[in-house]
Ligand binder design. Structure first.
Ligand code: HEC
Ligand code: HEC
Length: 360
């Protein structure tokens, strides 16, 4: 009796070993079992409770004027001729194949001037409560207008210099008039901002993650689901929440430990303190959005970290005081990969208006 039980145990252990062996040959079964099955329904609830949310749908243009404005904004977005050296447009630093970022630690504007900070993705940017790493731009409109005179972006002295170029290019007078009917002076800085921002608001990038939140349990792989669970469990979502997984608040970068000790940044950026002149804002930045983050390396406001796993590990350490395990990091990175959505179809340049015919 006793012996039989032991024998049975041995046999069943062997069976388990055999099954394991078989499943390791089949591969995926073992890979999946490395991520304990998470109940997808529970996980969706958990995500919602943590303040995570799907992207809203893109609003169709309300009328022909709204449509003309978006088309104008799209054209202006790719217009090099308004920059001081004729080579820089918004699209220069916000490239389609890099989810509207530029792959550089710090962006390079007119005459090769280096911008003080990294170019973030502009997809889904309209959902943010402020623009720029330090939140020093109130809205997409404000951001687009001020870009034109930025020393390390377009380099223009004022909007008059931009307007002088726009009126020379056949097509813009009509295009601005169509986008702003009834405006006696349609080619204005304000309307530049309105048109470019109207275009940017169409640039939402829903992904498999949105399908998952909408109830499609199979939209995320087991590893990605485990990563989403980890992301919430360790506390990432306490800052990276909302539809953009960020973009909704300011937080100190380096809650637990100075960020530059981990990122290796040589001349630490003081963040919002330089904007508000308030010491309480020292090293405070906008919580970065994480949509398409797998495509927007290098990371952080100074582009100091080249790889996503390292950026995740640093976040765990300096924001939460946690040493994430390799498994935690790889699951979170797998989850972050599910936030990559297709490039919006209209994020492509239109055929530019031709140059003005040379004076005879
Ligand atoms: C020379 C490269 C360059 C050009 C040209 C450029 N940008 Fe940017 N963009 C950046 C950088 C760098 C930042 C971050 C600046 C900061 O936070 O200080 C940024 C930030 C932004 C943001 C804020 C995103 C966020 O998450 O906070 C938006 C929106 C944006 N740019 C749109 C535009 C538009 C529209 C244009 C054209 C009018 C433009 N950019 C031209 C480099 C550029
Ligand atoms: C206390 C708030 C807070 C917490 C918690 C937090 N973050 Fe962040 N996160 C930020 C801020 C602020 C930034 C912007 C840092 C900067 O200015 O470079 C950021 C940036 C990032 C970036 C870089 C994005 C980019 O485009 O360069 C990644 C990736 C990231 N966080 C992931 C995570 C992950 C994963 C966790 C959990 C392990 C986490 N964060 C926890 C506030 C937080």
């Amino acid at each position: 009796m006793h012996k039989r039980l032991i024998l049975q145990l041995v046999v069943s252990t062997m069976t388990v070993a055999g099954l394991l062996l078989a499943s390791s040959i089949r591969g995926p079964v073992l890979a999946e079992s490395a991520h304990p099955a998470v109940d997808a329904k529970k996980l969706i609830e958990e995500a919602k409770t943590a303040g995570l949310a799907p992207l809203p749908a893109v609003q169709a243009p309300a009328d022909a004027t709204a449509e003309a404005r978006i088309t104008l904004g799209r054209r202006l977005f790719y217009e090099n001729r308004v920059s001081q050296d004729g080579n820089v447009s918004c699209g220069h630093c916000h490239q389609a194949d890099l989810a509207a970022s530029d792959g550089l630690p710090k962006a390079i504007g007119v005459f090769g001037k280096v911008n003080p900070r990294n170019a973030p993705s502009i997809f889904n940017a309209g959902l943010q409560f402020k623009q720029h790493w330090r939140g020093d731009r109130e809205s997409l409109e404000d951001q687009a207008e001020k870009s034109l005179t930025g020393a390390a972006s377009f380099g223009n002295p004022d909007f008059a210099a931009v307007k002088a170029k726009l009126v020379e290019i056949p097509g813009y007078k009509e295009a601005f008039a169509k986008g702003f009917p009834g405006d006696p002076d349609p080619i204005s800085s304000k309307n530049w901002g309105l048109a470019v921002a109207a275009f940017e608001r169409t640039l939402l990038t829903p992904s498999r993650y949105d399908a998952f939140l909408a109830g499609d349990a199979k939209a995320l792989s087991p590893a990605e689901q485990a990563g989403l669970h980890k992301f919430i469990e360790v506390g990432c979502a306490s800052c990276h929440d909302g539809p953009g997984l960020g973009g909704g608040s300011f937080q100190k970068f380096g809650v637990v430990e100075d960020y530059w000790k981990e990122t290796g940044a040589v001349a630490p950026d003081k963040g919002r303190a330089d904007v508000t002149k308030n010491d309480a804002d020292l090293y405070v930045f906008k919580v970065a959005q994480l949509r398409n983050v797998a495509k927007t390396a290098p990371y952080f406001h100074d582009g100091s970290v080249a790889e996503l796993p390292r950026a995740v590990r640093i976040m765990g350490k300096v924001q939460l005081g946690k040493d994430l395990s390799d498994k935690d990091v790889s699951e979170i990175v797998a989850f972050l990969g599910s936030l990559t959505g297709p490039v919006p179809a209209n994020y492509l340049p239109l055929t530019p208006f031709p140059d003005a015919p040379a004076a005879k």
